[in-house]
Ligand binder design. Structure first.
Ligand code: AMP
Ligand code: GLY
Length: 416
């Protein structure tokens, strides 16, 4: 088979690392890619922003399966475009991608499927929302309906907080100024991410993770795409795997089928475990970054077989094997991330890896002299898989000390 992975981050590097082990793959491509991915997958100059260019490339290179890494490809309908032309895709159609691209859609699915989620109300725009929330009891949570590059949610402690956020939305400084606004009750508890593969009818658990979203130690500072994670989450056990499937995933599959939008791909459930119950905070429709890297470290099955079984609706027939070991992923990012940062700094010493310790590349490239340099906000992912989180943590931080780059930082409390 010929396989094309779409993306350029640590998630896609880890997927290629797993796929590369499959004997069924003759040619593995990944674009746009990065310096690490380019070592194990083929690449060329492809405009991955354009569905037609992707299709043309797939026809030319006889690609059988496309695996889009990020939600952007799926929300733009790459799945529909390629499937219409007979190419297999791992991931949902544009309509089913609404589970991530529209928070209101997800809330409506929760209503349809009787799925536990925080109480919510929707307003036509930020201006109207601002008028209506003045008399609410704070804290509240404010969310933009549409994708906003991870900046579309505020846990507002006071009306002043909410006002400043909504004004920024109105001025177009955060997300789309025309976006509808959801206001929801703030839940108190512990968060965990549970991942299921779904083939339109059935689902299989593929792992769980605990992420570290803030840029600074002790969960301080700005929100990021993720500064690290551990897998499994402390909430992962047989009872919860079954419970989440029954209370969230199965009713979602049913509701999506009822609407005529069968879901195929990854359902990544962001959950809040409160003292007495579990609530859905959000769905993503792809693997997380860096959660995927920690999951892949534990995945004992080949991802290709999971993709094929999903597309052919035969998930019931396969077993997804996950190692009982624990994994950790630590993100090394450019100084200044998630705000402005510089690129082009030399990176040395990343090759001291073995089967249980890995380095996946995110923002890296080779410069004109073919030296490895930084090329983005999140630059490297350091992964270790061991019997305990403590051991994995110690190994990963030890690996980091051998990496030399003058412009990278990382959180020292991942896994605490
Ligand atoms: P979301 O993009 O919907 O996952 O929200 C981003 C983050 O905001 C979540 O990971 C939570 O930390 C927080 N959050 C979202 N909704 C709520 C809620 N109803 N109660 C408490 N925290 C929330
Ligand atoms: N790390 C969070 C995400 O991928 O959405």
């Amino acid at each position: 088979m010929n396989v094309l992975v779409l993306g350029k981050g640590g998630r896609e590097h880890s997927l290629c690392y797993n796929l590369k082990k499959s004997k069924k793959i003759s040619n593995l491509w990944c674009m746009p890619g990065n310096a690490g991915i380019n070592r194990i997958a083929k690449f060329s100059n492809l405009n991955t922003d354009d569905n037609q260019s992707i299709l043309d490339f797939c026809i030319k290179k006889k690609i059988n399966l496309v695996i889009p890494g990020s939600e952007e490809f799926l929300a733009k309908g790459v799945g529909d475009y390629l499937r219409l032309n007979g190419i297999k895709v791992f991931g949902p159609s544009k309509k089913s991608a609404l589970l991530e691209s529209s928070k209101i859609f997800t809330k409506q699915i929760c209503k349809l499927g009787n799925i536990n989620t925080a109480k919510w109300e929707v307003f036509k725009n930020s201006k109207i929302a601002l008028k209506k929330i003045r008399n609410l009891n704070f804290p509240i949570v404010i969310k933009l309906d549409k994708l906003a590059a991870g900046k579309g949610v505020l846990v507002a402690k006071s009306f002043e907080d909410a006002k400043s956020f909504l004004k920024k939305v109105e001025q177009g400084k955060i997300g789309d100024s025309n976006s509808k606004i959801i206001v929801e009750k703030k839940l108190t508890g512990k968060e965990a991410s549970f991942f299921y593969v779904v083939d339109g009818n059935s689902s299989k658990f593929i792992g769980s993770a605990q992420d570290y979203k803030r840029v600074g130690e002790n969960n301080t500072g700005l929100n990021t795409g993720g500064m690290g994670c551990i897998s499994p989450s402390s909430y992962e056990n047989e009872k919860n795997i079954k419970l989440i499937n029954k209370k969230f995933i199965e009713p979602t599959i049913k509701a999506m089928n009822f609407l005529g939008y069968p879901f195929k791909g990854i359902l990544y459930a962001g959950l809040m475990f409160t003292k007495s119950d579990v609530f859905l905070i959000e769905y993503n429709i792809r693997l997380g970054d860096p959660e995927c890297q920690a999951l892949i470290a534990r995945l004992a099955s080949n991802f290709l077989d999971i993709c094929i079984a999903t597309e052919e609706q035969k998930l019931k027939d396969i077993q997804i094997k996950i190692s009982a070991k624990k994994s950790i992923c630590i993100v090394m990012a450019s100084k200044g991330y998630p705000e402005s940062y510089k690129s082009g700094f030399s990176i040395k010493g990343i090759d001291k890896v073995n089967g249980n310790n890995m380095v996946f590349h995110a923002g890296t490239k080779l410069n004109k002299n073919k030296e490895l340099v930084t090329n983005g906000g999140r630059v490297l992912n350091i992964i270790s898989k061991q019997q305990t989180v403590e051991k994995a943590k110690a190994e990963a931080y030890k690996l980091i000390t051998s990496i030399k780059c003058s412009n990278l930082f990382y959180r020292k409390d991942i896994g605490d």
